[in-house]
Design a protein around this ligand. Structure first.
Ligand SMILES: Nc1ncnc2c1ncn2[C@@H]1O[C@H](COP(=O)(O)OP(=O)(O)OP(=O)(O)O)[C@@H](O)[C@H]1O
Ligand SMILES: [Mg+2]
Length: 309
């Protein structure tokens, strides 16, 4: 068993106005895992991250970072944490290099020019190091925020929607940086509205909805378990009526009668496909081609959140 890097126990948060943003969340993340927290707007993702970084007080429950309580051992825990916030906030008048170096200093670390250069290069900021942050585009400002969170070498990194409004190249850079950190044993919790991304990068995903964690599962097993597989058959000529023998696959026929969708709940086995084709053949239905489709994490997520609301 890998040690637990982030330990959240029955965490609740009620804001002053009485809004219950988190309702008894428990979650353990082992060291070196990439965990993606998914959830609709207002679900409580940023609140959870704020508490885990010691920036927001919990109403009840606890968070430990590498064994340190973020409330009672704030200073120790804070040094272990890197945060890329959802909102763009940067010291506008500093240069890129100064802003990032300053962030390292805030954590009481000695200047380290080699580390600084490595971080700036990994985010394609090295050539812009003497530019004032205020003169950068939104995407470049986000690169600076990421650099600031990395330069003090955190053990647990929180990325709150790092890819919101960024271009393809920056998104790719972010994921390369994230994977590189994970390989060094850094633990990463990120939020994203791009579910396809979570599917590609996260070891596990959690779905938060109205302040409750409604699901935590390995990304691939979630897709296997909840994902429907479909066999899509394009026919040689329009079909008037579906053969009754296809009923177990809950078939649907496109309006033009030329495309047939059959549902498989698990992996499509060769034997099952052969059986289905046999039924079509004995009903004298000729198939032009066939392909398999699998529902994405995105479809699973939408189903989950809809079924809960
Ligand atoms: N400082 C605050 N005071 C009062 N209510 C707040 C405060 N911050 C957040 N909330 C409320 O708590 C709930 C959760 O907000 P939070 O920002 O954590 O959601 P989120 O999942 O990060 O959403 P998004 O995807 O839009 O970023 C929302 O209903 C929000 O209005
Ligand atoms: Mg948020």
């Amino acid at each position: 068993m890998r040690p637990i890097a982030l330990d959240i126990q029955t965490l609740s948060k009620t804001y002053k106005a009485g809004h219950h943003a988190l309702r008894g969340i428990s979650l353990q993340i082992p060291r070196g895992e990439i965990f993606a927290l998914l959830g609709p707007n207002g679900a409580g993702k940023t609140t959870l991250i704020g508490i885990a970084c010691g920036l927001v007080n919990a109403t009840s429950g606890s968070v430990h970072i590498e064994g340190h309580n973020v409330a009672s051992e704030f200073r120790t825990a804070r040094k272990l944490v890197g945060l890329v916030p959802q909102e763009l906030t940067t010291e506008a008048f500093e240069t890129v290099q100064a802003a990032v170096a300053h962030s390292r200093g805030l954590f009481g670390l000695q200047p380290d020019p080699a580390k600084l250069e490595q971080v700036l290069r990994s985010l394609a900021l090295w050539d812009r190091r003497d530019t004032r942050v205020s003169q950068l585009s939104g995407g470049m400002k986000r690169r600076v925020l990421i650099a600031k969170a990395l330069v003090h070498e955190p053990r647990v990194l929180f990325l709150d929607e790092p890819s919101a409004g960024v271009d393809v190249e920056l998104r790719r850079d972010i994921w390369n940086v994230v994977r590189g950190l994970r390989d060094q044993g850094v633990t990463i919790l990120l939020t994203t509205h791009y579910i396809e991304e979570a599917e590609q990068i996260a070891d596990r995903v959690g779905v938060i909805h109205k302040g409750e964690l409604v699901l935590v599962e390995e990304t691939h097993s979630l897709i296997r378990r909840m994902g429907q597989r479909q066999l899509v058959l394009r026919l040689m000529s329009p079909l008037q009526q579906l053969p009754a023998a296809l009923a177990p696959w809950a078939p649907t026929l496109a309006a033009d009668g030329m495309t047939l969708h059959c549902n498989f709940s698990q992996d499509i086995s060769g034997a099952e496909t052969a059986q289905l084709l046999q039924i079509l053949s004995s009903a004298a239905i000729a198939v032009r081609d066939l392909q398999t489709q699998q529902s994405s994490l995105e479809e699973i997520f939408v189903q989950l959140v809809q079924s809960k609301s």
